[in-house]
Design a protein around this ligand. Structure first.
Ligand code: GRF
Length: 221
């Protein structure tokens, strides 16, 4: 078996995407291991989930660090000590400092519950409903200095139904997040992703037919 890619997951909340990643690792769908879970929220359920799987779970207290840079330096230090190769943001509610992004350049991913570049930021399912979208979805992208602006790796399209509440739409999108995030990590682990400008190319899918299959396959594995 090839050496496993070492993941560091940063999460501020319930950690269902973390769970999907752990499940995919355990099922052998991705050749990776979650080396550490880090949260800026002491009671984040993501930490609890990590511990249940015997994964190191660390809370870093932002009130003990004067600036965003100081806080990020503490996170970075821990990630490096654990030899983390890919950082996965999974409901992490802090904007990374430029020095963090630079330290893990093109090795940080995020999952966002909308079809970027539409609706970056927060409360996006509510905004999608207010706008009257017929389709929304989710996006896995590399992280740059902006808010949800980095190069897009995989997107999944999800229908918006007439009577959807914010919770209904969030839940429908979340099910697709859990499919595409592990898939994007797997492609990274296989060394198949190449960032060219704003575009992320996926090697090993040479014909248009293969590319189409790959795109839909990410959603319906
Ligand atoms: C997800 O909707 C993700 O797209 C967004 O934050 C939420 C995190 O959910 N970035 P969970 O903590 O992974 O369950």
């Amino acid at each position: 078996m090839k050496r496993q890619l070492r993941l560091g997951v940063l999460a501020s909340g319930r950690g269902s995407n973390l769970q999907a990643i752990v499940n995919a690792c355990e099922a052998g769908q991705i050749n990776a291991v979650v080396a550490i879970v880090i949260s800026d929220v002491a009671e984040a359920y993501a930490l609890e989930r990590g511990r249940r799987y015997g994964i190191e779970a660390a809370f870093i207290d932002s009130t003990r660090h004067r600036t965003r840079n100081d806080f990020d330096a503490a996170v970075l230090d821990l990630l490096r000590k654990r030899d983390v190769e890919l950082v996965c943001l999974a409901g992490y509610m802090r904007l990374l400092s430029p020095s963090f992004v630079e330290a893990y350049k093109n090795r940080i991913m995020n999952i966002h519950p909308a079809l970027l570049p539409a609706f970056p930021g927060l409360h996006v399912q509510r905004k999608a409903l207010q706008y009257g979208l017929k389709f929304s979805g989710c996006t896995v992208h590399f992280v740059d200095e902006g808010v949800d602006t980095g190069p897009i790796i995989i997107q999944a399209v999800v229908p918006v139904l007439d009577n959807d509440t914010e919770e209904d739409l969030s839940a429908r999108i979340l099910a697709y997040e859990h499919r595409i995030y592990p898939r994007a990590i797997q492609l990274f682990a296989e060394g198949r992703l190449e960032i060219r400008g704003r575009r992320v190319l996926c090697h090993g899918t040479d014909t248009p037919q293969q590319q189409e299959k790959q795109a839909w396959g990410a959603i319906n594995p």
